[in-house]
Structures are given as structure tokens and as C-alpha cells.
Write a protein that binds this ligand. Structure first.
Ligand SMILES: Nc1nc2c(ncn2[C@@H]2O[C@H](COP(=O)(O)OP(=O)(O)OP(=O)(O)O)[C@@H](O)[C@H]2O)c(=O)[nH]1
Ligand SMILES: [Mg+2]
Length: 212
């Protein structure tokens, strides 16, 4: 086994599990890629199963490890994504402002999965693809109303724009820490492991399982 090589690998930090859900093509992976790697992926590469990424942030003077779970929106994976909601601290529900169905499915399908599989979470509702405002079919007011009805925090993002994406993560982690994080030494979410998780690391979690 190789010796840990960075400070992050040798110290334990509080962790939060962040899960991103929503219909296929709304831009879940694009948002995560922008946040973790500061790149925008033009082509659609549909997610198979679930991918996990890790990143450290300093928020409210607290160094914290964010474990971000990208899930698959395609209908054939629908039975699986809810499993990954278990143990989450923050859930991001994403829709595409140019796709009405992606918005109505948040209410018709996804919110129930969130309610059934989570406890004490902070919920974000993300109106993505804001750069395509001339093709908008879901008025912002509808998105805001939905967010407020489910006690979620509303955001507009474009996965092309780092600021809009980063704002979501920083704000929601801040809200989470304010609401649930009285003890900064506590380990949140999933237990700490000894693997050499590092910033920008990606793990494909269940893909092989789904393909058999
Ligand atoms: N213009 C624009 N295109 C975007 C934005 N976000 C994502 N896209 C594009 O939309 C397509 C789908 O994005 P993905 O991130 O793969 O969608 P996904 O939600 O991960 O889809 P699944 O993995 O199938 O669930 C890609 O071609 C992206 O480049 C955005 O904010 N603006
Ligand atoms: Mg994806």
C-alpha cells in the first residue's frame, strides 16, 4: 500500500454526502464536472449507474470533504437512484428550463423518492441551462414556487458558468452547517474510510452491477 501523500489523505475531516438527481439530459453531470474540474462537457454522455466525486472546501472556517454523487436520470435506472439518496445530507433536484417534462417530473416522481429515502437534509432546486433563456419553457416563478412548496432553496445555473454552479454548493453547505452542524468535529454523512480519496477523484460505483 502506498503511503498517503497529501494532508487531505492523512487527516480526517467532516464529510457531507451530496446527491444530484433529476431527469436525463438536464445537466447533472455537466454541473458536477464544472464544480469539480472547472470544465464544461459539450457532448451528452449519459451517466450509467452512479459516479462519486470528492472535493475539499473551507466553509464557515471549517474544512470539509464533500462527497458528490452523480446519478443516472434515464428511466431504466430509476429504481436505483433513490438508493443513493440514503444517508445524504444535501440533495440537488435539477431540471432544465427548456424542458417542461424535466420540471414536472420533479413533482410527479423525484420528490416522493427524496421524502421516502432521506432525513434531515437540505434540499436545492436547480433550474439549469439558464444560458438558453430564449428557449425557456419553465418560467422562473414556477421553479421558485415549487422550491418554496417543498422547503427547498432555489437556484438558477448554467453548467457553462462556474460561478453559478459553485454558488449552489457553497450556499447549501453553509445552510447545512448552520442548521445541523453545531459540532464541527462531528463526522457527517457516510463514515470516514481509509481509502486515498482525493480532490477531483472519481469513482464509478455501480456501473458494473447495472450492466449485468
Ligand atoms: N447550453 C447548456 N447546455 C447544457 C447545460 N448543462 C448541460 N448541458 C448539455 O446538456 C446535455 C446533457 O447534459 P448531462 O450533464 O450529460 O445530463 P445528465 O443530467 O447528466 O443526464 P443523464 O446522465 O442521462 O442523467 C449535454 O450535451 C450538456 O453539454 C447548460 O447549463 N447549458
Ligand atoms: Mg449524467
Amino acid at each position: 500500500m502506498n503511503a498517503p501523500s497529501t494532508e487531505e489523505e492523512t487527516k480526517e475531516y467532516p464529510q457531507l454526502k451530496i446527491v444530484i438527481i433529476g431527469e436525463s439530459s438536464v445537466g447533472k453531470s455537466a454541473i458536477i464536472n464544472q464544480y469539480i474540474n472547472q470544465i464544461f462537457i459539450e457532448q451528452a454522455i449519459t451517466t450509467i449507474g452512479t459516479d462519486k466525486f470528492s472535493k475539499f472546501e473551507i466553509i464557515n472556517n471549517q474544512k470539509i470533504k464533500l462527497n458528490v454523487w452523480d446519478t443516472a436520470g434515464q428511466e431504466r435506472f430509476r429504481s436505483l437512484s433513490p438508493l443513493f439518496l440514503k444517508g445524504s445530507n444535501i440533495v440537488l433536484m435539477v431540471y432544465d428550463i427548456t424542458n417542461k417534462f424535466s420540471f414536472t417530473e420533479l413533482n410527479n416522481f423525484w420528490i416522493e423518492k427524496v421524502k421516502d429515502n432521506t432525513d434531515n437534509i437540505i434540499l436545492g432546486v436547480i433550474a439549469n441551462k439558464s444560458d438558453l433563456y430564449d428557449m425557456e419553457v419553465v418560467p422562473i416563478e414556477e421553479g421558485k414556487k415549487f422550491a418554496s412548496d417543498i422547503n427547498g432553496v432555489f437556484f438558477e445555473t448554467s453548467a457553462r458558468n462556474l460561478e453559478t454552479v459553485r454558488n449552489v454548493f457553497i450556499k447549501l453547505v453553509g445552510v447545512y452547517l448552520e442548521k445541523y452542524g453545531n459540532s464541527v468535529n462531528q463526522t457527517f454523512g457516510e463514515s470516514l474510510d481509509n481509502s486515498q480519496d482525493n480532490i477531483k477523484k472519481k469513482e464509478t460505483v455501480v456501473s458494473f452491477f447495472i450492466l449485468i
